[in-house]
Design a binder for this molecule. Structure first.
Ligand code: NDP
Length: 241
């Protein structure tokens, strides 16, 4: 019996690698996205993964979108909260719009997505929730008070939800990637990457999206049933907490 997995932001970057890896393991995957129809259509054509468009910062949109996934594929057994954005700026210049956009998309989305699926997971005595935080939620980052606060919030959310659901067969874990070779990081000038960023990473390279995806596949598996509330750093040794 193949399980149903939702990957938010599952059509590009790290999320696309997660969607593909879960599909390769036999899951029925629903990959969500926000607005980039072209990338989503290309991803669907290349992979055959079902794509769904809704805004994870809206609770009502999540309730409606998840109901559609359940109607199409069946009850949600694996949820990967991966969708995220940056709106960087020093706090003394940050606008309320920058602050709320990041908090709503990167933190409130965890409530919006988990709340509609958690009761079903508890009733069925099985569930796997994997949240994608960031190294910058662990250590803080200049110019990212909004992002660091949201990503640190994801870690606290994970630990609390893990405690609430451990006895019900539902595990909740969080992965904190470091610098991963996605479009976002590829946009950084080559010399900045080579002179300023990669020297800070002890393994001396960027991470690949597939390296995060493999960790998700493991945490989603039956074999990971004793692991809950854990924070997995995947950052090439850049920050050890
Ligand atoms: P990308 O920008 O490559 O992809 C983001 C995905 O999230 C897209 O599919 C996008 O949809 C979707 N998305 C964004 N906002 C929303 C929204 N409001 N509702 C629904 N979907 C949304 O991101 P990355 O792959 O680089 O990052 C993925 C996650 O990993 C993020 O949470 C990020 O913070 C985290 N991370 C990334 C690191 C990196 O080095 N790349 C390092 C540490 C953490 P659309 O295509 O429509 O825009």
């Amino acid at each position: 019996m193949s399980r149903v997995a939702i990957v938010t932001g599952g059509t590009r970057g790290i999320g696309a690698a997660i969607s593909k890896a879960l599909k390769a393991e036999g899951y029925k995957v629903a990959a969500t996205y926000a607005g980039n129809d072209e990338a989503a259509a290309k991803f669907k054509a290349e992979t055959g993964v079902n794509v769904y468009k809704w805004d994870v910062s809206s609770y009502d949109a999540c309730v409606t979108g998840i109901a559609q996934v359940v109607a199409d594929l069946g009850p949600v057994e694996v949820l990967v909260n991966n969708a995220g954005i940056t709106r960087d700026g020093m706090l003394h210049k940050m606008t309320p719009e920058q602050w709320y956009a990041v908090i709503n998309t990167n933190l409130n989305s965890l409530f919006n997505m988990c709340r509609p699926v958690i009761e079903g997971m508890r009733e069925r005595s099985f569930g796997r929730i994997v949240n994608i935080s960031s190294i910058n939620g662990q250590k803080g980052q200049m110019g990212q008070t909004n992002y660091s606060a949201a990503k640190a919030g994801d870690i606290g959310f994970t630990k609390a939800l893990a405690q609430e659901n451990a006895a019900k067969g539902v595990t909740v874990n969080v992965i904190c990637p470091g610098y991963i070779n996605t479009e976002m990081v590829q946009a950084v000038p080559k010399d900045v990457l080579e002179k300023a960023i990669i020297p800070q990473i002890p393994v001396r390279r960027l991470g690949e999206p597939e390296e995060i995806a493999r960790a998700v596949v493991f945490l989603a598996s039956d074999a990971a049933g004793f692991i809950t509330g854990s924070t997995l750093s995947a950052n090439g040794g850049q920050y050890m907490s």
